[in-house]
Ligand binder design. Sequence first.
Ligand code: DWN
Ligand code: SAH
Ligand code: ZN
Length: 409
Amino acid sequence: MSTTSRCRVCDGLVTEFFDFGRQPLSDAFIPPTADPAEEFFFRLAVGVCRECTMVQLMEEVPRERMFHADYPYHSSGSLVMRAHFEATAERLLATELTGPDPFIVEIGCNDGVMLRTVARAGVRHLGVEPSSGVANVAAAHGVRVQHSFFEAETARAIAEREGPADVIYAANTLCHIPYLGSVLAGVTALLAPDGVFVFEDPYFGDIIAQTSFDQIYDEHFFYFTVRSVRAMAARHGLELVDVQRLPVHGGEIRYTLARAGTRAPTPAVAALLAEEDAARLVAPDTLAGFAARVRGVRDELTALLRELRARGERVVGYGATAKSATVLNYCGIGPELIPFICDSTPAKQGRLTPGSHIPVREPAAFADPYPDVAVLFAWNHAEEIMAKEAAFRASGGRWVRYVPRVWIG
Ligand code: DWN
Ligand code: SAH
Ligand code: ZN
């Protein structure tokens, strides 16, 4: 075990600041009949590059183990996210895709949640999506999709075949790609001279502010900040020209990159940089404080669940998220504390959560009968889920949340 590694962006020295220990693949829900000895584990630890400030995992999981035909996450599973991506598409159509025969490429289009709107508008588009199960769903919705990993070669081939892209877009995908240099080389090969590369991912500033340590798992290789993204862009002749904070998925930033010198950066870029500096986001004492709070959440959450069990209360989980893998495995929570988790994703139902082996059941099981307490693992969808399940609280049920702190009510 090494507490340093090399930065995947600049080759500088990365210093570890938290080790979650042995963790499974966050989206590898296993059949109850599977041989537990076959489950894949790796060391989940996170560090910061002392050269370019990029926060990243210390160890990388091979991409084919995570993104394949059976990748279970369907982006359209949340109404709020559907509305978010519809609005995103409408905005791009109205601002960047207004020229003659505009072209947009999406990296990681999943089930086509964003591109469906673009396709309906009749605008030329291409989704690049390696997980063929979700890619086929996108295609069924009229989205043009190519089953591959976006990287330099893929991008060059698209540019040759279809010409330059006015917009390259990625949501919750760029942070999943350790080989970022290859992706950015691809972006510069494919982007039109005055085009934009727009991407949105969880913001490290929000992870620190809310102690949302469950954002850290195998698929999330990078944890971006304005400073680290600006430095990464500059290495590829790109410039960070806009940043916008987004409320989705627990706090994200949408970054807009353009070829250096083609667009004037908005004041939001300097403003957020100054905010990050004032917060000393990646300073050793900030990271040590985060680490101490993570241990605190673990201790409080496990103490609460044990107390509830001792009192004979019925506890279930809600939302078998990828994020929950880190919480469950790091805290050592299994079916003895949470007998099952409800989730609306058919591909997760009837299976067991990775590493912690908690059965996943359909949402109908939640009310059959209502438990005393439900742990909300999909805390980023709290409003949507609590509204949908309003009858649970009305029946006397209580929710448990653990972001930004352990809370029951
Ligand atoms: O970055 C990623 C994000 C975009 O999606 C991927 N690496 C994997 C995945 O992460 P996640 O699983 O943590 O995402 P969500 O969106 O927090 O997952 C929500 C889960 O909760 C899904 O399994 C669906 C389920 N759900 C539900 O059962 N009822 C969600 C809603 C809104 C509901 O009403
Ligand atoms: N954009 C969607 C999907 C996010 S999940 C949303 O915001 O909800 C991350 C997606 O990235 C998965 O569908 C995964 O298959 C895809 N992905 C991972 N590596 C990729 C790569 N190199 N190129 C394109 N897509 C990739
Ligand atoms: Zn670096």
